[in-house]
Design a binder for this molecule. Sequence first.
Ligand code: FAD
Length: 493
Amino acid sequence: MPGVGGGANPGTCIPNGFHMRCMNSSACCGVNGIDGESGMAALSFVGDATVHLVFPLLCPMADMDAPLLPALQAIVGQANVLTSESDVLPFVIDWRERYRGRARAVVRPGSTAEVAAVVGCCAEQGVPIVPQGGNTGLCGGATPSADGNEIVLVLSRLNRVRAIDRDNATMTVEAGLPLASVQAAASAAGLLFPLSLAAEGSCQIGGNLSTNAGGTGVLRYGNARDLVLGLEVVLSDGRVWNGIITAAILKLFPQPRTSATAWVALADVESAVRLLGVMRQALGDRLTGFELISADCVALANAQFPSFPDPLPGHAWYVLVQADDAAADSALAAALESALAGAIGEGVAQDAAIAQSQAQSDQMWSLREHIPEAQKREGPNMKHDISVPVSRIPAFLARAREALDAQFPGVRYVVFGHLGDGNLHYNLSECHRLRPGCGVRRQLQRRARHRADEARRARAVQTGNRARADAAHQARARSGGKAQSRKGRLRND
Ligand SMILES: Cc1cc2nc3c(=O)[nH]c(=O)nc-3n(C[C@H](O)[C@H](O)[C@H](O)COP(=O)(O)OP(=O)(O)OC[C@H]3O[C@@H](n4cnc5c(N)ncnc54)[C@H](O)[C@@H]3O)c2cc1C
């Protein structure tokens, strides 16, 4: 049975019953409820999350026994079915280069109808599909498995803004549009699409919705699922929700006219939780970001990126506070300043620096956003995203540290993230002073050996020019392989 899945995160199987043969002809029998002209079962978007079902429009292969690749080429064009090792390589390795798979082909449809036809052909021939957006997911969901039986369905050619409705504050975009382009299009219309995460220059809205991405604005605006009114999804039949997202109608908000950013120094995480309460009380829903950052994270980022210095050196913890207001001339900065002064007076915070310009605000955010890349550059690490009730975070951090210190003495904690919604990156790094034989060192070495074995196996079964593959891979790493910000520079986590 064909499925939609991925290496480390297998997805949903496509049920049988895909009514393919009708789709070979424009005179469809209508069993799938396909509109005679458009070939789509078009439901209008009403209220929340209405599904817009799109059935395969047309599979040009009359002969269902034809081999897969010619069938796919006939749908999307020869240039959009990649099979050579060097072409395929960037799509079978994840962002951290931790997961590596193999694929029969990388297929790049250019329209919803082509996605539908590709899904139809694969369903017919029992070929599993791994959808891939920007390939910035960190858990291998977009990486095919090592058996090489799947195709990778890349959505990046579906990258149009179909409509922006300013009065309705909605926009309809295709799944392959990078998140930063979604934000830019909303902004050009004088509105805000508030989903924001460090991979936004590379990740795509389809991937964001598929993973229900969070990011820095969750506190105020919610996760990706809170920002979507309707989806266009290619399914194998009309009964299931899981499928390949080809477009979405998104909620837009008024653009902030006034913003304020502060870097706040704290003695401990308990104080950060108290400060969150203070800021909520003072700023209400103008509080849009509340990022916790340990001093170790700041040191790590600063060591790798010296151009982002620590604004308030010498403290154990920091919080990056962002406040935005849709009204111009609001007294936002004054409200933030007075709330922080009160917090310092009461001993909740130790010190605070308020950005005096957009450049200073960008500098603070850059320091925060370069932490993951700094950790990646430093060497092996283990990443965890934890979700804990905000009030329980201090207890979690204390207990986890106690347990890990006992098991892995010397391990380094790289803890940062979205305290406002209880979602932290709880990462472990190898300590340079770590003694040989330490448990974490052994685990990291085991993983490295495992990855090397997998890579060797993949090389052994693949033919083609290795040098070309490496060159292509390196070229990708130099250009598009890293997460780029909407401003074109690297942003992280
Ligand atoms: C530096 C960095 C920072 C990050 N920060 C955050 C963060 O703060 N919060 C957060 O939530 N995540 C974060 N992530 C993880 C990642 O960016 C998000 O999960 C993002 O939503 C993935 O989008 P993508 O287009 O890259 O998806 P991919 O990695 O390509 O795919 C992710 C999953 O979605 C599926 N998929 C992709 N497109 C479609 C589609 N059109 N239809 C159906 N399924 C699809 C894939 O099969 C896969 O299972 C970060 C990643 C990086 C590298």
